[in-house]
Design a protein around this ligand. Structure first.
Ligand SMILES: Nc1ncnc2c1ncn2[C@@H]1O[C@H](COP(=O)(O)OP(=O)(O)OP(=O)(O)O)[C@@H](O)[C@H]1O
Ligand SMILES: [Mg+2]
Length: 256
């Protein structure tokens, strides 16, 4: 009986892809010209293999310029890799045309950048609703979306600020709204780039705790980029980058 259960688990594991998978991804950027005038390229990410499951909190660490933001951009479908594949819930982003890729990004991927890019003229609640492309929604369906926005704002501790404008919020509060907005479409994947760099230690900690909490509760695959080694302790998986390559877990990050 044990054998049967194990066999079933193995099969399930094999057939269910991770929510986010990068396979042998390589990203290059043009980088001026060689001495002989030929175009020079810089490799920002090379041979990157990443798999993050729903409910898993992965942290990306590495020095400035090591490729952390590039990894998030390629995972978000904002940058198309020169080589390799990027799969979101099993769909290969690199095989899609521009329009389908944008659609998939809107529906399945939530993104939080370092600077909360909230729309200055919209209230906190409307920041979320505008994400849902609510154009023609009326009646019950509109109310359902409004309820979803209210629930998310409650979850991130911003319910009482729903009518405020972004300039009336602190940096940490704006980042909370940003997180709620990224989760509005029930994404499979949440990509977060240095969400705490503008915050003091305690506020940074509470943002990371919020991210870990929603990762579990909403069963989203979260990848957070940070400079701060301290947050490795909160991670289910730590991805260390150096010069565009993911280091083996055994390699020492110090002085390597
Ligand atoms: N749009 C671009 N055009 C050209 N080169 C780029 C571009 N974006 C990034 N790069 C280069 O790719 C490399 C990786 O950059 P990336 O932004 O991913 O680093 P990072 O680890 O996020 O750094 P930081 O911690 O400073 O944010 C760097 O050498 C950078 O100069
Ligand atoms: Mg960066």
């Amino acid at each position: 009986m044990t054998t049967t259960a194990t066999a079933r688990t193995d099969r399930t594991t094999r057939s269910a892809p991770s929510a986010l998978q990068l396979e042998a991804v390589r990203v290059t950027y043009p980088d001026g010209r060689e001495a002989d005038g030929s175009p020079r390229i810089a490799t920002a990410l090379d041979s990157a293999d990443v798999a993050v499951d729903r409910g898993e909190f992965a942290v990306v660490l590495g020095p400035s310029g090591s490729g952390k933001s590039t990894l998030l951009s390629v995972a978000a479908g904002l940058v198309v890799p020169e080589q390799g594949r990027v799969l979101v819930d099993g769909t290969d982003l690199t095989a899609l045309g521009e329009r389908r890729r944008t659609e998939l990004r809107r529906e399945r991927i939530g993104v939080v950048f370092q600077q909360p890019n909230l729309l200055p003229a919209l209230s906190v609640a409307d920041q979320l609703l505008v994400t849902g492309h609510l154009g023609g929604l009326r009646g019950r369906r509109l109310r359902a979306q409004q309820e979803r926005a209210a629930e998310l704002l409650e979850r991130v501790g911003m319910a009482e600020y729903a009518r405020r404008l972004p300039h009336e919020l602190s940096g940490g509060q704006r980042q909370r709204v940003n997180i709620a907005r990224a989760l509005f479409t029930r994404p499979a994947v949440l990509l977060v780039d240095e969400p705490t760099s503008a915050l003091d230690h305690d506020r940074a900690r509470s943002i990371v705790q919020l991210l870990v909490g929603v990762t579990r509760e909403l069963s989203v695959a979260t990848v957070m980029v940070t400079h701060d080694d301290e947050f490795a302790a909160d991670a289910d998986q730590v991805i260390r980058l150096r010069d565009g390559r993911i280091m083996d877990p055994q390699e020492s990050p110090v002085g390597a």
